[in-house]
Design a protein. Sequence first.
Length: 565
Amino acid sequence: MRKKWILIIIAAAIVYSLWALYPSFRFYSMSKDERARLSTEKMDKYLGSVIKLGLDLQGGMYLVLEVDESNLSGDAKTDAADRVMEILRNRVDQFGVAEPIIQRQGDNRIVIQLPGLEDQERARSLVGTTALLEFRLVREPDEMAQVLNALDRVLKGVKVEGSIVDTTGIAGEEAAQAEQAAQTGQDVAASSAVDSLLPSLPGTEDLEVPMREGAADKPFTSHLITFADGGVVVDEREVGLINALLGTPQGQSVLPRQSELLWGNEVRPIQGGGKGRVLYLVENRATLDGRTLVDASTRPDPDDPSMMNVAFRLNREGGLIFSRFTGENIGRRIAIVLDGRIRSAPVVQTKIPGGEGRITGMDSDEEASDLAIVLRAGALPAPVSVVEERTIGPTLGRDSIVASSYAALIGFIAVVLFMVLYYRLSGLLACGAMVLNLIMILAALAKLHAALTLPGIAGLILTMGMSVDANVLIFERIREELAKAKTVRSAIETGYHRAFAVILDSNVTTLITAVVLWQFGTGPIKGFATTLSIGLIANMFTAIVCTRAVYDLITANRQLQKLSI
């Protein structure tokens, strides 16, 4: 009865392993066109059940990020890298990369491996975005007009790299007042100086297109194109120059207190060709930030279903603040700011209760999806920078697979020839156990969602040798018993009994080493340790249980006088 159950267990293990491997066989036998035609549901189903290939086999990106802890306090520095790593792991998991590797390196560095990812710019944006979401009020157009005219006044005679501005300056006392206030950081003095420079303006009619005429009279606004969406449009090629002008002490001196100029993220076509960006004047403090955000998802734009927006939902506290904020500013623009760039600046049409809204202005569905991911995962507690980046092409991965496949095939053929020539039919049985061992290892990798790496393939090849090694120990013990003139059945039973302790000892000690490698090793070492550990467990099953069951079947109903060993 016991032998019957053993046979059932062996048959079940073989059937289950083949069933677990079938999706991998089906998926990797498809052409690129066939995979491209798969629906999203089918692709997700395949990716959840096939053997994953590591970075070294299918190509991808290798990034080393450094966490900037310079602006953090002592307590915040303690676990900043750990918090950054957890947030990045959440982002990458939602991004859909198969078997990413994210781990610490030293005190403030994080290593990220993204197998199969080909869009490098998208990956850098995903992991490098701080994702600090803020809601700020956009200043009125007449306030912007006053600031722009004041910039024209204070920037006369100011030279910056790439600027052609070089005319007579403003009256020295007023300019010196503004510059000194900006340099000393005295807000009251700055405000007084700015007030003396800001004329009484009727609005934006003084800034009609074209703005580019008369650089001597308008050293700042001559670089602008037109008003739009509550800000001013600047040719993208002159964004650097505008930033340089605004970064001068004179440029900083005219900004009203509690206000700052921020660029919009959207790039728009401009008249006459080219692209432009919008510069907004907004409050320098956020009325609401992303800490109250509880969910973000992509949805079609109601005005243009071909485009995607990001719908967000705030918690109860955020919803109350957002409701009050929108109710007090109906008819005005609210800037939705992410990492210092304005994603959109919609006009508030009515009070928005419930804490729900949407972010528009996405250039593509991928951008909307990535923005939703980083918002859901949360903002990084500290900025990160890419200090090392490597891209591994899929061609190198295919070459590695081909080379390792040849190595495995040559090793397999050599082992089979040796075993059959030396141990005859028993050697062939050992080779069958070795094949079953490999099938079980690959099935386990598929079901455990573990990645198969190049070192992992080395572990597979090593397991092939260890598999037949266990059978060699058993066969030699059986030969010794047969030499003592024992019966075949008695020799088999004694041989397995005597070899069991040695096999168990060697496999357990190797398994301990593999576990230590997995615990403390890096990505490639983990791949090797994973396949080796699974192989050792499968080896105990195939070498001791499966081959013994075959011998029991052979000797069950007849008395063998000789064993082919």
